[in-house]
Design a binder for this molecule. Structure first.
Ligand SMILES: [Zn+2]
Length: 72
């Protein structure tokens, strides 16, 4: 399973300095963007970054509950 955390970063606006950095992907965060905030930090408003920040991920239910599969 590939968690491409860098695939969904916002395009770089020219000549604008970031006001912060995403704690999930490390990418720049600019004025006007929305962010998710939690005790784990701040991240881009994408499921991709949020799932990294919260250490969760999406998978098919049948894979999750299939016998013999142990994630923990
Ligand atoms: Zn991010």
């Amino acid at each position: 399973m590939s968690l491409d955390r860098f695939a969904y970063g916002p395009p770089d606006p020219q000549n604008e300095k970031p006001i912060g950095y995403c704690d999930a992907c490390g990418g720049e965060i600019y004025r006007g963007e929305q962010v998710y905030v939690s005790q784990m930090g701040v991240c881009h408003s994408t499921i991709s970054c949020l799932s990294v920040l919260l250490d969760v991920y999406l998978m098919d239910a049948e894979d999750c509950f299939m016998e013999g599969v142990s994630l923990w």
